[in-house]
Design a protein around this ligand. Structure first.
Ligand SMILES: *[C@@H]1O[C@H](CO)[C@@H](O)[C@H](O)[C@H]1NC(C)=O
Length: 198
């Protein structure tokens, strides 16, 4: 988990991470390992662990707001409030219903997006109530993809708390229409906007 999160941070922190080739993956991993020893990154990890009870609570809250394809609005609005509470970012909903939070970098020359999808594959009327059995949460969509939304949100919260500065702007996104007939329309719209508006 730590290495995975470090990989997320390195993607965010390192200008060159995205242009590296396969043969450079060893130094990429070394750099990720180095990052896990940085004070600010350690502070961010600690914040992620400190937040865990709240993260689990909000995971349940979000999961219990049904979001079948084309009906993501209510979940999107709840998620928007959570992003707004994270602070330090401009939050908005675009014309297709994607929820976006922009965290400015020092130069903002590039834009890096961290995305989770809002919708679930299950049809309207599916019981999405979360049940706890032992130490495990069970419900349709709780892993794929409500947990993904919590990862995006928690990375933002941790970066804010640890005052992590980036070179590039980072866009935290919850997209609509990933599943089935949704046909990735949220992500397609996002890429279109980035391509034509910047
Ligand atoms: C990782 O840290 C070590 C020790 O500071 C340094 O020598 C090395 O160059 C770093 N590696 C990368 C890829 O940044």
């Amino acid at each position: 988990m730590r290495i995975l999160l470090a990989a997320v941070f390195i993607s965010i922190l390192n200008q060159s991470a995205f242009s590296q080739t396969k043969s450079a993956s060893k130094s990429y991993l070394e750099e990720a390992a180095n990052l896990t020893r940085e004070k600010s990154v350690l502070a961010a990890f600690a914040e992620i662990e400190r937040l865990n009870p709240q993260t689990l609570q909000e995971l349940i809250e979000l999961n219990e707001i049904p979001a079948p394809p084309f009906k993501e609005t209510n979940r999107g609005l709840a998620y928007k409030s959570m992003l707004e509470e994270a602070g330090g970012v401009k939050v908005w909903i675009d014309s297709v219903g994607n929820v976006l939070a922009l965290r400015k970098g020092r130069t903002g020359k590039r834009l890096i997006a961290l995305d989770g999808h809002l919708d679930t594959v299950f049809p309207e009327g599916t019981d999405v109530k979360v049940k706890l059995k032992g130490d495990t949460l069970f419900a349709p969509g709780i892993g794929d993809n409500t947990r993904g939304l919590m990862v995006v949100l928690t990375v933002l919260r941790a970066m804010e708390k640890a005052s992590i500065e980036t070179e590039d702007d980072v866009l935290f996104v919850a997209t609509v229409g990933e599943e089935g007939n949704g046909d990735l329309r949220g992500v397609k719209h996002l890429l279109w906007e980035i391509r034509f508006q910047n």
